[in-house]
Ligand binder design. Structure first.
Ligand code: 1CP
Length: 319
């Protein structure tokens, strides 16, 4: 959950004036930035430093990551002719730096490395809206009114994402996380019809690799049972659903990841501790809980709160 990033002075220093996409193409920078949080915290896993837009940029799309904004498209993808601008994507050929950084990291790390990708709906939203969106309205309109465009776009994106994730596992990633961050904008029926088949195709396409698959979105309380059908063994949940209620909806066979509110880490340690203990209380010591934030670390987070948080969780959950 943006374990690396802007809340760390050493990240800002390593980033310099480069953007996330430029950093992601530089294996040495990726190794350094991925390791930075591990030097401060006793975390149980590392997540590859990259961005969900990396494969799209590698396929030739004009995408930038603007500081303080997020991904922005030079020209959005909105009509059938635009689809031709999405070039081919063979990880070894078009994004060799991802495999290279992954292989270097796996040699350095004492903990497992998590690979990741954006899920087709979330990627489609950036491509269609042209940047971050509050309500994803163009995306939802095209999804409902232009079925042939939507199917072609989702087919293309899921093929790229599957190749990208497989390449990360083949290079040594020990688990994968599929981020459908903005799926919570959808009602369950629309999700099942227009999104689930493609997320399932990706997750099923990873099954033979035998690594745990984590599937996450924001505001997905109502979607959790449908997202579970996509096939991941672990569902990430944000802080809006109490962890025990989320687990109830998913059933005991599914592992859950979450779900501390990231704002709880931005103030006093006492508040952070109180909220973290409340999450652990709801987990109730059951097996299959991965403690995490419910979404990304916020830039104003004091790093020391996260160091204490990791230690607190280890202390309270030691078996
Ligand atoms: O340096 C900076 O100013 C950029 C901030 C930043 C960082 C650190 C961005 C721009 N991306 C990243 C790295 C990143 N992105 C990681 C690093 C690995 C780690 O966790 O340490 C990961 C996993 C992502 C994935 C990502 N990018 C997601 C899925 C997870 C999520 O947060 O929901 C999404 C939606 C993005 C798009 C994106 N990239 C950057 C921002 C600020 C955003 C979100 C913007 C928006 O609200 O649309």
């Amino acid at each position: 959950m943006r374990q690396a990033g802007r809340y760390l002075p050493e990240y800002l220093e390593a980033r310099g004036s480069r953007d996330v996409l430029a950093l992601s193409r530089d294996p040495e920078a990726v190794v350094e930035i991925t390791l930075q949080p591990l030097r401060r915290f006793d975390a149980d896993a590392a997540i590859l430093f990259s961005d969900i837009m990396v494969p799209l940029a590698a396929a030739g799309l004009d995408v930038r990551i603007e500081s303080g904004v997020g991904p922005v498209m030079g020209e959005p993808i909105r009509v059938a002719e635009d689809l031709a601008r999405i070039g081919s994507f063979d990880p070894a050929e078009h994004a060799p730096y991802v495999g290279e950084a992954t292989r270097l990291l796996v040699k350095e790390l004492q903990v497992p490395l998590i690979g990741f990708a954006g899920a087709p709906f979330t990627l489609a939203s950036y491509l269609i809206e042209g940047g971050p969106s509050r309500d994803h309205r163009r995306t939802k309109r095209l999804m409902r009114d232009e079925p042939s465009f939507w199917v072609r776009l989702m087919d293309r994106l899921s093929e790229m994402v599957l190749a990208h994730l497989r390449a990360q596992v083949e290079a040594g990633a020990a688990a994968v996380q599929l981020f459908d961050s903005w799926a919570g904008a959808l009602d369950p029926e629309s999700y099942r019809r227009h999104v689930l088949p493609w997320s399932r195709r990706i997750l099923e396409g990873l099954a033979d690799l035998g690594v745990p698959r984590i599937h996450f979105g924001v505001g997905t309380g109502e979607l959790l049972p449908a997202m579970r059908e996509a096939g991941a063994e672990v569902l990430g949940v944000d802080w809006r659903v109490p962890l025990d209620a989320a687990w109830e909806r998913l059933g005991p066979e599914t592992a859950v990841q979450g779900n501390l509110d990231p704002t709880a880490c931005t103030g006093s340690w006492e508040a952070c501790e109180r909220e973290a203990l409340a999450v652990l209380e709801r987990a109730g010591g059951r097996p299959g809980h991965i403690f995490n934030l419910g979404h990304g670390v916020l830039p104003e987070t004091p790093p020391d709160n996260l160091a204490r948080l990791v230690d607190l969780v280890h202390e309270r959950t030691a078996r």
